[in-house]
Every structure is written in C-alpha cells, then in structure tokens.
Write a protein that binds this ligand. Sequence first.
Ligand SMILES: C=C(O[C@@H]1C=C(C(=O)O)C=C[C@H]1O)C(=O)O
Length: 439
Amino acid sequence: MRFCCVAVDRIHGGLVELLAAAQPSGAWIRQEQGRLGLGVAAQTSASGADRFADLAHWWDSLSWQGPSLDGLPAGAGPTAFSSITYSSDSSSASRLILPELILAVTEQGTWLTGVVVSEPESGSAEKPAAEGFPLDQLLQKHGLRLDDGALSALSASPAAVPQAQLHAGTHPEQHYMDAVEAGVAAIGERRLEKLVLARDAVAAAEAPLPPGPLLARLTRDYSDCWTYRAGDVLGATPEMLVQVRGEELFARVLAGTVDRSLGEQGARVQLVENPKQRNEHTLAVESLLEQLAPVSAQLRAQTPPAVLELPNVYHLSTDVTGRLSTAEEGAEPISPLLVAERAHPTAAICGTPTATAAGLIGALEDIDRGPFSGPVGWVDTRGNADVGIALRGGVLENEDRQLRLYAGCGIVAGSEPASELAETWAKMRPMLGALGLKR
Ligand SMILES: C=C(O[C@@H]1C=C(C(=O)O)C=C[C@H]1O)C(=O)O
C-alpha cells in the first residue's frame, strides 16, 4: 500500500461539521478529537473463533510505502477501522476497513493520510516521497479541499435524515422480560452470578439513513462517549475495552446503571450505595483484570468506582491503567487486536462465569448480536489502537434504510424484568435521539 501524510492547520467549521457533511467509512470521535475515514482503499472480513487472529494477520501482512512516521505523533499514518462480532457464532462478518483518506485530530495536531493500493512497478519500500501521490484526486473524490493547510468540505450541507418509524425487533418485549426472569432463576440456582441479556428494536425509513449526520448528532449530544462507525455498525459508546498506546494500556469498565430521569441525588445513591449495582460492577472489573493479566503488567483499577454522567443514564465507572508485558518479562510482541481478543468478552456485556453466561445468553436472548457488544474502533501501523465496546448504537440493514438498535442489561440476583426492559430503552436513547425518535 502507498500512503502520504500531510499536516492540517485547521478544519473549516471543525471536525463535527465535516463529519455531518461526510459519508464516513470509519469514525472514532470524542470531544472534537479522533479519526474519520473516507472511502475504502482495502478491507478484509473474517468470522468464527479465529476472527481476531485473521484480522490481525491481514493487517500485519500489509506492506507500506510512504514517509517515515518516526517522530510524528500517533494520528499520522494509515489507520484501519475495526468491527468484530460479539460471538464467534455470529452470521455477521468481522471487518477491518482501511480508508482512502484518514483525518486524525489529536492533541498533537491534525493529520491527513491518503492511502492507495500500490502498483506492482511503483518502486521499492524505501521510496519516501509523497511525489506523484494522488492526494488531490482522493480529496476531490470525497468532496474535500486542502488550501494552505485549511481543510474544507466542498459542500457544507449535510444530507437530510429521513423520518424513521420504530418497530419491534426480533422478539416482542415480553420475550425479553421472560428471558430476564429465566436468568434470575438460573442465578438463584447458583449456576452463575451475572449475565447480560440484550434485545433489539428496529428503526425503519423510506430512504437511506445517512451515517454522517447521525454520527454528528451523537457526538454533539454524547460528547463523553466515543462516537464510532466501522462497516455497518455505528453508535456512541461510553465503554473502552482497551486502548493501546505503544506499551501503555487503558480501559474504562462500566456496569451498574441508573436512568437519569430519577434525578441526580437519587441516582448517585442508587448507584454508589446499592450492593446489587456494586457487585455487578465489581464482576465486570474483575473479568477485565483477569483476562488481561496474561499479556500485561501493573494493571491498576481505580477504587472506588466513579459515577459517569451521561445525558441518558448514570453508570458506575472504573478506569484501569497498566502496560503490556515486555520482552524482558518473556512476552512476544502482540497486536492490539489480540489484546482486545484477550479482554473480550468482559462481564460488562457477557457475565460471570464467562462460559456459563455466554451459553445462557445464546439460549435466552435468541438474537444474533452481530457486532453489537463486540470490539469496535481503530488500529494503526505503530501498535496503537482504541478498541471500545460497540454499545449504544445499531447496525445498518436493508440498504441503509433500517437501523437495528441493540441494548442489554446486567442481570444479577434480584433483577426485575420490567426495570431491566426500561433500562434497555434508556440505553437506546442516544440512537433514538439521533434519529429524532422518542421512547
Ligand atoms: C449492555 C449494555 O451496557 C453494558 C451494561 C451495563 C449495565 O448493565 O449496567 C452498563 C454498561 C455496559 O457495560 C448496553 O448498553 O447495551
């Protein structure tokens, strides 16, 4: 693959305005920073139990011709957007998408990277220059212009979002409440401590739903979440499965939720002082620490958990920091996608013990989660990645005329079916809001 990299001094109207007018093939944005991908230079898909390894292998086997990235901040250089299914049994594909243009807005500056498939005769890997690189053609193809370091969209008007109607998902609501009841019964029989049960709902429109404006609304309304798109999945997740910066690791574990409509005082008390919520949260943190332990060192979980305030819900939230194990500790270098494989699935979206919960989820939910609750984010060529958990979003279907929304809740002893159902609606609110729907 050939790439070139240029610094951008400013984005006319800002990243979010550009996003609204764009047709992004990939996105990962939080608080006006992140990455936006346009077009597709190359992509691959994988399925089954080896999906993480197959994607990592494809990414590692690409060869690159372009300028040296040494000394340039993370953000400069090729980036692939990834979406990996929750389950190895899913009929959906897991994907890595390498866009033709990647715009990265970071604290260390803004970079635009262009990528094209190399012609076989285009020269050796050492050929460094951007000379002859068709950046202007790529910019034009994607409706952008770069003048004297200023990036702007040729047409600033975002596509209109057609009105969508909300429909039942795979099953009626009662099916979900029955599943919660069966889950609580299994916990009562001491078969497991926690399981996370999800359901779907469908928003259908007469015309394609344009992802750019939906993502722009999500990132404006949910600025503390990571607004994402990779392949067919998009949303705004508050949960970071694992972020890798060289050797440094970071994760944000969430579990324990209260709807904001209870009002702040009531919500905080419900979360912080409720043993059910605290227990549900502790199980999620412990699962991440245990699963990452074989590939990491110095993992530290913040205690006590914080309360993350989002416009729709409050969550108990624990930030985890650490680093990858080093060669001196006997570790082989590991792709960030394989670090994500270790971390997935945490008890935040599966349960405790993992295998029992996963089996029961398959039997009780009776839906294919597809990419929902799977790892989603980006990976670069320098061992950096942001891999969140694909929550608070949906999957485009039916030539983009339909968005299948998903949400789930942690079930523990004492969980009540009606309140868990209400919590799934609260968790669908970000995407419902972006679609202009109320529930
Ligand atoms: C499963 C979802 O969210 C997860 C479950 C939570 C809970 O049950 O309290 C909280 C945050 C997430 O880890 C979802 O948003 O669909």
